[in-house]
Write a protein of this length. Structure first.
Length: 238
C-alpha cells in the first residue's frame, strides 16, 4: 500500500462527509443493510424449512461433485478485500458500491423467497466461515440459499468496481473460475449462477441512477427497498 494511501483517503472522506447529501445517503444504505442483516439468520432458517423444487440441471448432471470450498473462499475473499481497499480511497465510489450491495441483497432475498428450490442431490456442503458467522448465524448448514448465487454476485461486483484494465481482466477470469467451482461443488444450479450476473448488474445500474440524485430522493428510494426487504421477511416467516 502506498504511503500516501491513508492521508489521501482521509482527506477524500473529509471532503465527502462535508459535502451536502453524502452522509445521509451512506448512513441510509448502511442502516438498511444492518437492519436486514440482523434478520438474516431467522429468514434463512425459515427458508431452510420449506420444500422447493429440484431442478434437472444438465451441467450438474455431467460434472463430478467435488469439495472446492478452500479455493472458493480464497478467491472471493482475497479479491473482495483487495477491491474494498481500492475503493475506500474514493468515498463516492464506495457509496455507489454500498447502494449496489444493498439493492442486490434485497433482490436476492426476494428471489430466494419467490423461487423455492431444494439443493441438488449431489450437493457438497460449502464451508464459508464468514457466511456462516455473519449471514446464516447457525451451526446447521443452509442449503436452500439458492436463486441467485450470492458468491457469484460478489465476484461480479468486484469486477464492476475495480477500475484498471488489468484488474478488470483478473476479476473477470476469477469470476468465471469461481462460478465454475460453485457448479463443481454442486452448491448452486446453473440458473443460480447466471441469475447473479443479471441481478447484480441491474442493481449496479439502479445505484448509478440514484447515487447522484438529491439525498432526499436517494434515501426515499432506499427506504422503498427496505420496505420490500421487510415484506419478504414477513412473508418468509409464514
Amino acid at each position: 500500500m502506498s504511503k500516501s494511501y491513508i492521508p489521501v483517503a482521509l482527506q477524500n472522506w473529509n471532503d465527502s462527509l462535508s459535502s451536502t447529501g453524502f452522509t445521509p445517503k451512506l448512513l441510509t444504505a448502511i442502516a438498511v443493510f444492518v437492519s436486514g442483516a440482523m434478520q438474516f439468520p431467522t429468514y434463512f432458517r425459515n427458508i431452510q424449512q420449506r420444500q422447493g423444487t429440484v431442478l434437472n440441471d444438465f451441467v450438474l448432471t455431467n460434472i463430478p461433485a467435488i469439495d472446492v470450498s478452500t479455493p472458493i473462499f480464497a478467491i472471493i475473499y482475497g479479491l473482495l478485500v483487495y477491491m474494498l481497499l481500492r475503493i475506500l480511497k474514493h468515498p463516492q465510489l464506495f457509496l455507489l458500491f454500498a447502494l449496489t450491495f444493498v439493492i442486490e441483497t434485497v433482490f436476492r432475498m426476494t428471489t430466494i423467497y419467490l423461487v423455492p428450490l431444494n439443493p441438488h442431490p449431489d450437493l457438497v456442503i460449502l464451508h464459508d466461515t464468514f457466511a456462516e458467522l455473519l449471514i446464516y448465524g447457525d451451526s446447521e448448514p443452509i442449503t436452500k440459499d439458492l436463486f441467485f448465487s450470492g458468491h457469484t454476485s460478489t465476484m461480479v461486483m468486484i469486477w464492476l468496481f475495480v477500475e484498471k484494465p488489468y484488474e478488470k481482466l483478473i476479476a473477470a477470469i476469477a469470476t468465471f473460475i469461481l462460478a465454475f467451482l460453485l457448479l463443481i461443488q454442486h452448491v448452486h444450479y446453473t440458473v443460480d449462477v447466471l441469475g447473479a450476473f443479471f441481478f447484480t448488474y441491474l442493481s449496479y445500474l439502479i445505484a448509478r441512477q440514484i447515487v447522484h440524485k438529491k439525498w432526499q430522493i436517494t434515501c426515499t428510494i432506499m427506504f422503498g427497498f427496505y420496505v420490500v426487504l421487510q415484506t419478504v421477511f414477513i412473508l418468509g416467516a409464514k
